[in-house]
Design a protein around this ligand. Structure first.
Ligand code: CAA
Length: 265
C-alpha cells in the first residue's frame, strides 16, 4: 500500500481509501459495533461514496479488538412495534442486498464477534476472512426473534439447510475454524485479518476490474438460477468481456510476455 490515504468519518462508520481500496470500519466499539438505524443508513451512504471514488475493492471490518458487529442494536429494537420491526428488517435487507450486488468485490474482515446482524452483514459480502478469534452465529432465537437481515436465507445458501437449521435453531457460536470448514468463511487467517484482507484486495485489484465485476455478477446471479439458464447467462457475460479494452490488453499482454496494464474499460 502507498501512503495515499484519506479518511472520512461518519457518526457510526469510518472509511479510509488506500490506493484504490476502501476500508470501511463499523465504529461503535463500546456497543461492540451493534448495527442501529443510523449505521444502516450510513452503510448506504458509504457505498455511494465508494462508488463515487471508484474504489476497486471494499473491505468491511469492525473497530476495536472484540467485534466485527455483535448484531442489530438490541436497545434500539426492544420497544419496536411489529410494523416498525418489519420496516427495520426491510431497511437492513435493502442495504445488505446492495452490498451483495455492489459491482466491486466486498471482503468482510471478521475480527471477533459476528453475531446476528453482524453475521448477516458478513454473509452479504463476497468473501469472508475470519481471524482466529472470530465467532459467528445467529443467536436471535435466544432473544425471542429470528434473523431479520437475511440470515435465514444467506446462511442456508452458504452452509446448506441442515447446518443452517442447527445453527439458527440453537443460536450457538460458530468459531473461525468451523466457519472455514463449513463454507461460512472463505478461510481463517493466523495473522492480522485486515492486513490479510488488504493483500487479498490488492491481488483482486490487479486483475481486470471489469472482468472481476462480471465474474461477481455471474456467480451471484447464477446461484439463484437453474444450471442451463445460469450457463447461458455466463456465456453472455463472457461475450461482454470481449467488448472491453481490458480483454484486448489482458490477452495482448500475455502474448507479448509483459504485465497487463488494465484501464477498467
Ligand atoms: N445490541 C446492543 N448492544 C450490544 C449488543 C447488541 N447486539 N451486543 C453487545 N452490546 C453492548 C452491551 O450491551 C454492552 O454495553 P454496556 O457496556 O453499555 O453494558 C457492550 O456492548 C459490551 O457487551 P458485553 O458486556 O455483553 O460484552 P461481553 O464480552 O460480555 O459479551 C457478547 C459479548 C457475547 C457478544 C454479548 O455482548 C452478546 O451476546 N451480545 C448480543 C449478541 C446478539 O444477541 N446478537 C443478535 C442481536 S438480534 C439481531 O441481530 C436481529 C437481526 O437479525 C436483525
Amino acid at each position: 500500500m502507498s501512503s495515499d490515504r484519506t479518511v472520512h468519518l461518519y457518526s457510526s462508520l469510518k472509511v479510509a481509501f488506500e490506493d484504490r481500496v476502501a476500508i470501511v470500519t463499523l465504529n461503535r466499539p463500546k456497543a461492540l459495533n451493534a448495527i442501529n438505524a443510523t449505521m444502516i443508513q450510513e452503510l448506504a451512504e458509504v457505498l455511494d461514496e465508494v462508488a463515487q471514488r471508484d474504489a476497486l475493492a471494499v473491505i468491511l471490518t469492525g473497530a476495536g479488538p472484540k467485534a466485527f458487529a455483535a448484531g442489530a442494536d438490541i436497545a434500539e429494537m426492544r420497544r419496536m412495534t411489529p410494523q416498525e420491526a418489519t420496516l427495520f428488517a426491510e431497511k437492513g435487507q435493502r442495504v445488505f442486498s446492495r452490498i451483495e450486488s455492489y459491482h466491486r468485490p466486498v471482503i468482510a474482515a471478521v475480527n471477533g464477534y459476528a453475531l446476528g446482524g453482524g453475521c448477516e452483514l458478513a454473509m452479504s459480502c463476497d468473501i469472508i476472512l475470519a481471524s482466529k478469534s472470530a465467532v459467528f452465529g445467529q443467536p436471535e432465537v435466544k432473544l425471542g426473534v429470528i434473523p431479520g437481515f437475511g440470515g435465514s436465507q444467506r446462511m442456508t445458501r452458504l452452509v446448506g439447510r441442515q447446518r443452517a437449521r442447527e445453527i439458527c435453531f440453537t443460536g450457538r457460536s460458530v468459531r473461525a475454524e468451523e466457519a472455514a470448514r463449513i463454507g461460512l468463511a472463505a478461510r481463517m487467517v493466523e495473522s492480522d485479518v485486515v492486513t490479510e484482507a488488504k493483500q487479498l484486495a490488492m491481488q483482486i485489484a490487479n486483475n481486470g476490474p471489469r472482468a472481476v465485476s462480471l465474474c461477481k455478477r455471474a456467480i451471484n446471479t447464477g446461484a439463484d438460477l437453474d444450471m442451463g439458464t445460469a450457463l447461458a447467462h455466463e456465456a453472455q457475460l463472457f461475450g461482454l468481456c470481449f467488448a472491453s479494452g481490458d480483454q484486448k490488453e489482458g490477452m495482448s499482454a500475455f502474448l507479448d510476455k509483459r504485465p497487463p496494464n488494465f484501464s477498467g474499460r
